[in-house]
Design a protein. Structure first.
Length: 373
Protein backbone atom coordinates (compact mmCIF):
# COMPACT_ATOMS: atom_id res chain seq x y z
CA UNK A 1 0.00 0.00 0.00
CA UNK A 2 2.83 2.40 0.86
CA UNK A 3 4.59 1.77 -2.43
CA UNK A 4 1.40 2.04 -4.47
CA UNK A 5 0.54 5.29 -2.68
CA UNK A 6 4.02 6.70 -3.29
CA UNK A 7 3.71 5.80 -6.97
CA UNK A 8 0.28 7.41 -7.24
CA UNK A 9 -1.40 4.07 -8.04
CA UNK A 10 -3.98 3.77 -5.24
CA UNK A 11 -7.00 4.03 -7.52
CA UNK A 12 -5.83 1.48 -10.10
CA UNK A 13 -8.31 -1.27 -10.88
CA UNK A 14 -7.50 -4.94 -10.51
CA UNK A 15 -9.64 -8.07 -10.70
CA UNK A 16 -8.51 -10.98 -8.54
CA UNK A 17 -9.68 -14.53 -8.12
CA UNK A 18 -9.41 -17.16 -5.38
CA UNK A 19 -8.61 -20.67 -6.56
CA UNK A 20 -7.01 -23.85 -5.24
CA UNK A 21 -4.72 -25.94 -7.46
CA UNK A 22 -5.32 -29.20 -5.68
CA UNK A 23 -7.55 -30.29 -2.82
CA UNK A 24 -5.82 -31.94 0.18
CA UNK A 25 -5.50 -35.74 0.43
CA UNK A 26 -6.65 -36.14 -3.16
CA UNK A 27 -10.24 -35.17 -2.25
CA UNK A 28 -12.32 -35.10 -5.45
CA UNK A 29 -14.59 -32.35 -4.08
CA UNK A 30 -14.90 -29.95 -1.17
CA UNK A 31 -17.61 -27.86 0.50
CA UNK A 32 -17.09 -24.09 0.19
CA UNK A 33 -17.41 -22.51 3.64
CA UNK A 34 -16.47 -19.30 5.41
CA UNK A 35 -18.11 -16.96 2.90
CA UNK A 36 -20.42 -15.22 5.39
CA UNK A 37 -17.44 -13.84 7.29
CA UNK A 38 -15.84 -12.67 4.04
CA UNK A 39 -19.04 -10.82 3.16
CA UNK A 40 -19.14 -9.17 6.58
CA UNK A 41 -15.51 -8.13 6.19
CA UNK A 42 -15.93 -6.71 2.71
CA UNK A 43 -19.38 -5.17 3.07
CA UNK A 44 -19.24 -1.39 2.64
CA UNK A 45 -16.01 -1.39 0.60
CA UNK A 46 -16.08 -0.12 -2.94
CA UNK A 47 -15.73 -3.51 -4.61
CA UNK A 48 -17.81 -6.02 -6.53
CA UNK A 49 -17.61 -9.62 -5.39
CA UNK A 50 -18.77 -12.72 -7.23
CA UNK A 51 -18.53 -16.27 -5.94
CA UNK A 52 -20.07 -19.69 -5.62
CA UNK A 53 -22.62 -19.66 -2.76
CA UNK A 54 -21.54 -20.86 0.67
CA UNK A 55 -22.24 -24.57 1.09
CA UNK A 56 -21.55 -25.33 -2.58
CA UNK A 57 -19.83 -28.62 -3.38
CA UNK A 58 -17.02 -27.64 -5.71
CA UNK A 59 -14.01 -29.16 -7.42
CA UNK A 60 -10.58 -27.57 -7.62
CA UNK A 61 -10.59 -27.78 -11.40
CA UNK A 62 -13.02 -27.95 -14.30
CA UNK A 63 -13.08 -31.10 -16.44
CA UNK A 64 -10.47 -29.53 -18.76
CA UNK A 65 -8.10 -28.72 -15.90
CA UNK A 66 -8.79 -24.98 -15.51
CA UNK A 67 -8.86 -23.93 -11.84
CA UNK A 68 -12.32 -23.06 -10.52
CA UNK A 69 -12.49 -19.54 -9.02
CA UNK A 70 -14.59 -19.68 -5.86
CA UNK A 71 -14.45 -15.90 -5.44
CA UNK A 72 -13.72 -13.06 -7.86
CA UNK A 73 -13.19 -9.54 -6.56
CA UNK A 74 -13.11 -6.38 -8.63
CA UNK A 75 -12.29 -2.82 -7.68
CA UNK A 76 -9.31 -0.63 -6.86
CA UNK A 77 -6.58 -2.99 -5.74
CA UNK A 78 -5.90 -0.73 -2.76
CA UNK A 79 -9.53 -1.18 -1.68
CA UNK A 80 -9.00 -4.88 -0.97
CA UNK A 81 -5.32 -5.83 -1.03
CA UNK A 82 -4.87 -5.75 2.75
CA UNK A 83 -7.72 -8.26 3.13
CA UNK A 84 -6.13 -11.02 1.06
CA UNK A 85 -4.74 -12.81 4.11
CA UNK A 86 -7.84 -12.61 6.36
CA UNK A 87 -10.13 -13.69 3.51
CA UNK A 88 -7.92 -16.71 2.90
CA UNK A 89 -7.88 -17.49 6.61
CA UNK A 90 -11.67 -17.41 6.67
CA UNK A 91 -12.25 -19.73 3.73
CA UNK A 92 -9.24 -22.08 3.86
CA UNK A 93 -9.84 -23.45 7.35
CA UNK A 94 -13.65 -23.47 7.24
CA UNK A 95 -13.70 -25.20 3.85
CA UNK A 96 -11.41 -27.97 5.13
CA UNK A 97 -13.53 -28.48 8.25
CA UNK A 98 -16.86 -28.41 6.37
CA UNK A 99 -15.53 -30.90 3.83
CA UNK A 100 -14.40 -33.38 6.48
CA UNK A 101 -17.73 -32.99 8.28
CA UNK A 102 -19.50 -33.74 4.97
CA UNK A 103 -17.42 -36.83 4.39
CA UNK A 104 -18.23 -38.15 7.89
CA UNK A 105 -21.94 -37.34 7.46
CA UNK A 106 -22.03 -38.97 4.03
CA UNK A 107 -20.66 -42.17 5.61
CA UNK A 108 -22.94 -42.01 8.64
CA UNK A 109 -26.10 -41.49 6.55
CA UNK A 110 -29.16 -40.91 8.73
CA UNK A 111 -27.23 -41.53 11.98
CA UNK A 112 -26.11 -38.54 13.99
CA UNK A 113 -22.64 -37.03 13.74
CA UNK A 114 -21.78 -34.58 16.52
CA UNK A 115 -18.83 -32.20 16.26
CA UNK A 116 -16.71 -32.79 19.38
CA UNK A 117 -13.53 -31.05 18.25
CA UNK A 118 -13.56 -27.70 20.06
CA UNK A 119 -11.05 -28.92 22.66
CA UNK A 120 -8.52 -29.44 19.90
CA UNK A 121 -8.45 -25.80 18.84
CA UNK A 122 -7.99 -22.46 20.55
CA UNK A 123 -11.31 -21.34 22.11
CA UNK A 124 -11.30 -18.18 19.99
CA UNK A 125 -11.96 -20.42 16.99
CA UNK A 126 -14.93 -22.31 18.47
CA UNK A 127 -17.73 -20.44 16.72
CA UNK A 128 -16.14 -20.64 13.27
CA UNK A 129 -15.14 -24.27 13.81
CA UNK A 130 -18.57 -25.40 14.99
CA UNK A 131 -20.33 -23.38 12.30
CA UNK A 132 -18.25 -25.02 9.54
CA UNK A 133 -18.76 -28.49 11.10
CA UNK A 134 -22.52 -27.95 11.17
CA UNK A 135 -22.77 -26.52 7.65
CA UNK A 136 -20.73 -29.48 6.39
CA UNK A 137 -23.37 -31.83 7.78
CA UNK A 138 -22.78 -32.45 11.49
CA UNK A 139 -26.10 -32.80 13.31
CA UNK A 140 -24.95 -30.95 16.41
CA UNK A 141 -22.07 -29.08 18.02
CA UNK A 142 -20.78 -29.01 21.57
CA UNK A 143 -19.78 -25.40 22.28
CA UNK A 144 -22.17 -22.76 23.62
CA UNK A 145 -20.95 -20.09 21.21
CA UNK A 146 -20.94 -22.52 18.31
CA UNK A 147 -24.51 -23.53 19.05
CA UNK A 148 -25.55 -19.89 19.30
CA UNK A 149 -23.86 -19.21 15.96
CA UNK A 150 -25.86 -21.95 14.22
CA UNK A 151 -29.09 -21.24 16.12
CA UNK A 152 -29.38 -24.58 17.94
CA UNK A 153 -28.93 -26.09 21.39
CA UNK A 154 -25.44 -27.42 22.18
CA UNK A 155 -25.03 -31.19 22.49
CA UNK A 156 -22.94 -33.14 24.97
CA UNK A 157 -22.92 -35.93 27.52
CA UNK A 158 -21.67 -36.47 31.07
CA UNK A 159 -17.87 -36.66 31.39
CA UNK A 160 -15.94 -39.59 32.84
CA UNK A 161 -14.89 -37.14 35.55
CA UNK A 162 -18.43 -37.12 36.97
CA UNK A 163 -18.35 -40.88 37.48
CA UNK A 164 -14.81 -40.78 38.88
CA UNK A 165 -15.77 -38.00 41.32
CA UNK A 166 -18.81 -39.94 42.50
CA UNK A 167 -16.85 -43.20 42.64
CA UNK A 168 -19.94 -45.11 41.59
CA UNK A 169 -21.50 -45.39 38.15
CA UNK A 170 -25.11 -45.89 39.29
CA UNK A 171 -24.91 -42.89 41.61
CA UNK A 172 -23.51 -40.72 38.82
CA UNK A 173 -26.17 -41.87 36.32
CA UNK A 174 -28.97 -41.15 38.82
CA UNK A 175 -27.53 -37.80 39.92
CA UNK A 176 -27.23 -36.66 36.31
CA UNK A 177 -30.82 -37.72 35.68
CA UNK A 178 -32.10 -35.92 38.80
CA UNK A 179 -30.21 -32.66 38.36
CA UNK A 180 -30.00 -31.95 34.63
CA UNK A 181 -32.88 -30.23 32.80
CA UNK A 182 -35.32 -32.85 31.53
CA UNK A 183 -35.06 -31.61 27.95
CA UNK A 184 -31.43 -32.78 27.82
CA UNK A 185 -31.32 -36.36 26.47
CA UNK A 186 -29.97 -38.82 29.05
CA UNK A 187 -26.75 -40.31 27.70
CA UNK A 188 -24.70 -42.51 30.05
CA UNK A 189 -20.98 -43.10 29.59
CA UNK A 190 -20.47 -46.82 30.06
CA UNK A 191 -16.71 -47.42 29.92
CA UNK A 192 -15.39 -45.84 33.10
CA UNK A 193 -14.63 -48.71 35.49
CA UNK A 194 -16.27 -51.95 34.40
CA UNK A 195 -17.00 -53.84 31.26
CA UNK A 196 -19.12 -51.90 28.76
CA UNK A 197 -21.98 -54.35 28.74
CA UNK A 198 -22.13 -54.46 32.56
CA UNK A 199 -22.21 -50.66 32.74
CA UNK A 200 -24.74 -50.48 29.88
CA UNK A 201 -27.13 -52.65 31.89
CA UNK A 202 -26.44 -50.57 35.03
CA UNK A 203 -27.31 -47.41 33.08
CA UNK A 204 -30.50 -48.92 31.64
CA UNK A 205 -31.59 -49.99 35.11
CA UNK A 206 -30.65 -46.68 36.80
CA UNK A 207 -32.23 -44.15 34.42
CA UNK A 208 -35.83 -44.55 33.36
CA UNK A 209 -35.70 -42.38 30.24
CA UNK A 210 -32.24 -43.38 29.12
CA UNK A 211 -31.76 -42.06 25.58
CA UNK A 212 -28.39 -43.61 24.81
CA UNK A 213 -25.26 -45.18 26.17
CA UNK A 214 -21.95 -43.79 25.03
CA UNK A 215 -18.80 -45.83 24.47
CA UNK A 216 -15.59 -43.82 24.54
CA UNK A 217 -13.40 -46.85 25.16
CA UNK A 218 -9.65 -46.09 25.08
CA UNK A 219 -7.56 -47.76 22.40
CA UNK A 220 -5.67 -49.94 24.91
CA UNK A 221 -8.96 -51.62 25.94
CA UNK A 222 -10.78 -51.65 22.66
CA UNK A 223 -9.99 -54.92 20.92
CA UNK A 224 -12.61 -54.89 18.19
CA UNK A 225 -14.75 -51.79 18.70
CA UNK A 226 -17.47 -53.05 16.28
CA UNK A 227 -17.68 -56.36 18.17
CA UNK A 228 -17.99 -54.46 21.44
CA UNK A 229 -20.93 -52.49 20.02
CA UNK A 230 -22.64 -55.67 18.77
CA UNK A 231 -22.28 -57.24 22.20
CA UNK A 232 -23.67 -54.21 24.07
CA UNK A 233 -26.56 -53.98 21.57
CA UNK A 234 -27.38 -57.65 22.09
CA UNK A 235 -27.28 -57.49 25.87
CA UNK A 236 -29.49 -54.37 25.98
CA UNK A 237 -31.96 -55.79 23.43
CA UNK A 238 -32.37 -59.10 25.22
CA UNK A 239 -33.33 -57.21 28.40
CA UNK A 240 -35.90 -55.07 26.58
CA UNK A 241 -33.79 -51.93 26.25
CA UNK A 242 -33.92 -52.01 22.47
CA UNK A 243 -34.89 -48.31 22.23
CA UNK A 244 -31.69 -47.18 23.98
CA UNK A 245 -29.27 -45.93 21.36
CA UNK A 246 -25.54 -46.51 21.16
CA UNK A 247 -23.35 -43.46 20.75
CA UNK A 248 -19.61 -43.84 20.08
CA UNK A 249 -16.66 -41.47 20.34
CA UNK A 250 -12.91 -41.48 20.87
CA UNK A 251 -10.50 -40.89 18.00
CA UNK A 252 -13.14 -41.51 15.33
CA UNK A 253 -12.43 -40.67 11.71
CA UNK A 254 -14.02 -41.24 8.34
CA UNK A 255 -12.27 -44.61 8.20
CA UNK A 256 -13.74 -45.86 11.47
CA UNK A 257 -17.35 -44.81 10.82
CA UNK A 258 -18.42 -47.51 8.28
CA UNK A 259 -17.53 -50.59 10.42
CA UNK A 260 -19.09 -49.00 13.54
CA UNK A 261 -22.23 -48.10 11.60
CA UNK A 262 -22.50 -51.67 10.37
CA UNK A 263 -22.11 -52.92 13.94
CA UNK A 264 -25.11 -50.85 15.05
CA UNK A 265 -23.77 -47.50 16.27
CA UNK A 266 -26.53 -44.86 16.23
CA UNK A 267 -24.41 -41.77 16.63
CA UNK A 268 -20.81 -40.62 16.32
CA UNK A 269 -18.93 -37.96 18.28
CA UNK A 270 -16.14 -36.88 15.94
CA UNK A 271 -13.46 -34.56 17.30
CA UNK A 272 -9.92 -34.16 16.03
CA UNK A 273 -10.46 -35.51 12.53
CA UNK A 274 -12.99 -32.74 11.81
CA UNK A 275 -11.50 -29.89 13.86
CA UNK A 276 -8.02 -30.58 12.50
CA UNK A 277 -9.12 -31.36 8.96
CA UNK A 278 -6.54 -30.40 6.36
CA UNK A 279 -6.84 -26.81 5.27
CA UNK A 280 -7.70 -26.01 1.67
CA UNK A 281 -4.86 -23.96 0.19
CA UNK A 282 -6.75 -21.29 -1.71
CA UNK A 283 -4.67 -18.47 -3.20
CA UNK A 284 -5.61 -15.01 -4.43
CA UNK A 285 -4.21 -13.88 -7.78
CA UNK A 286 -4.67 -10.75 -9.85
CA UNK A 287 -5.95 -11.88 -13.25
CA UNK A 288 -6.96 -8.54 -14.81
CA UNK A 289 -5.41 -5.12 -14.49
CA UNK A 290 -7.45 -2.18 -15.76
CA UNK A 291 -9.55 -4.60 -17.81
CA UNK A 292 -6.62 -6.40 -19.47
CA UNK A 293 -5.77 -10.06 -18.73
CA UNK A 294 -2.62 -10.51 -16.61
CA UNK A 295 -1.38 -13.42 -14.50
CA UNK A 296 1.73 -14.63 -12.76
CA UNK A 297 3.42 -17.83 -13.94
CA UNK A 298 1.25 -20.91 -13.52
CA UNK A 299 -2.06 -19.00 -13.42
CA UNK A 300 -4.46 -18.12 -16.26
CA UNK A 301 -5.24 -14.46 -16.94
CA UNK A 302 -8.66 -12.87 -17.36
CA UNK A 303 -12.07 -12.92 -15.72
CA UNK A 304 -13.58 -16.41 -15.68
CA UNK A 305 -17.15 -17.65 -15.40
CA UNK A 306 -17.96 -20.70 -13.33
CA UNK A 307 -20.54 -23.29 -14.46
CA UNK A 308 -21.59 -26.58 -12.90
CA UNK A 309 -23.49 -29.65 -14.07
CA UNK A 310 -26.62 -29.79 -11.86
CA UNK A 311 -26.51 -33.60 -11.83
CA UNK A 312 -22.83 -34.65 -11.75
CA UNK A 313 -21.59 -31.49 -9.98
CA UNK A 314 -18.69 -31.33 -12.46
CA UNK A 315 -17.40 -27.87 -13.31
CA UNK A 316 -16.80 -25.83 -16.42
CA UNK A 317 -14.87 -22.55 -16.54
CA UNK A 318 -14.98 -20.20 -19.53
CA UNK A 319 -13.67 -16.69 -20.26
CA UNK A 320 -16.92 -15.82 -22.03
CA UNK A 321 -20.09 -15.72 -20.00
CA UNK A 322 -22.21 -16.64 -23.02
CA UNK A 323 -20.14 -19.69 -23.85
CA UNK A 324 -22.00 -22.28 -21.74
CA UNK A 325 -20.13 -25.57 -21.38
CA UNK A 326 -21.76 -29.01 -21.49
CA UNK A 327 -21.00 -31.72 -18.97
CA UNK A 328 -18.44 -34.20 -20.28
CA UNK A 329 -20.15 -37.02 -18.33
CA UNK A 330 -23.86 -36.55 -19.06
CA UNK A 331 -23.83 -33.89 -21.83
CA UNK A 332 -26.28 -31.72 -19.85
CA UNK A 333 -25.85 -27.99 -20.37
CA UNK A 334 -24.09 -26.62 -17.30
CA UNK A 335 -25.53 -23.79 -15.22
CA UNK A 336 -23.76 -20.63 -14.11
CA UNK A 337 -23.11 -21.33 -10.42
CA UNK A 338 -21.40 -18.09 -9.40
CA UNK A 339 -23.47 -15.20 -8.13
CA UNK A 340 -22.84 -11.52 -7.60
CA UNK A 341 -22.56 -11.35 -3.81
CA UNK A 342 -21.58 -7.72 -3.27
CA UNK A 343 -22.35 -4.89 -5.65
CA UNK A 344 -20.27 -1.80 -4.82
CA UNK A 345 -19.98 -3.24 -1.34
CA UNK A 346 -23.70 -3.93 -0.88
CA UNK A 347 -25.17 -7.36 -0.39
CA UNK A 348 -27.31 -8.52 -3.27
CA UNK A 349 -29.39 -11.02 -1.30
CA UNK A 350 -30.55 -12.02 2.17
CA UNK A 351 -28.01 -14.04 4.04
CA UNK A 352 -28.90 -17.71 4.41
CA UNK A 353 -29.00 -19.26 7.88
CA UNK A 354 -26.52 -22.00 8.83
CA UNK A 355 -29.46 -24.44 8.81
CA UNK A 356 -30.29 -23.51 5.22
CA UNK A 357 -26.65 -23.85 4.23
CA UNK A 358 -26.48 -27.29 5.86
CA UNK A 359 -29.60 -28.43 3.97
CA UNK A 360 -28.00 -27.19 0.75
CA UNK A 361 -24.92 -29.30 1.50
CA UNK A 362 -26.91 -32.43 2.38
CA UNK A 363 -28.92 -32.27 -0.85
CA UNK A 364 -25.69 -32.11 -2.87
CA UNK A 365 -24.14 -35.00 -0.93
CA UNK A 366 -26.82 -37.25 -2.40
CA UNK A 367 -25.41 -36.60 -5.87
CA UNK A 368 -21.76 -37.39 -5.24
CA UNK A 369 -19.69 -40.33 -4.11
CA UNK A 370 -16.69 -40.59 -1.84
CA UNK A 371 -13.55 -41.98 -3.39
CA UNK A 372 -12.28 -45.24 -1.83
CA UNK A 373 -10.58 -44.39 1.47
ZN1 LIG B 1 -23.29 -34.07 -15.78
Amino acid sequence: MEVLAAEGMLGEEALSEFTVSELPRGWPWAVFCGLEEVLRLMEGRRIDLWGIPEGTVFRSRAADGVRVPVLTIDGSYSEYCVYETPILGMICHSTGVATMASRCKKLAGDRRVIAFGIRRMHPSMCPALDRASFIGGCDGVSSLLGAETIGAEPTGTMPHALIVMMEDQRRAFRAFDEVIDSKVPRVALIDTYSDEKAEAIMACESVENLYAVRLDTPGSRKGSFPDLIREVRWEMDIRGYDKVKIFVSGGLSERSIPPLLKAGADGFGVGTSISNAPTVDFAMDIVEKAGKPVAKRGKYGGRKYVFRCPDCLDYGVTHNRNQVPSCSKCATEMKLIEKKLLSKGRRTEERPTPKQLRSRVLSQLEKIELEAI
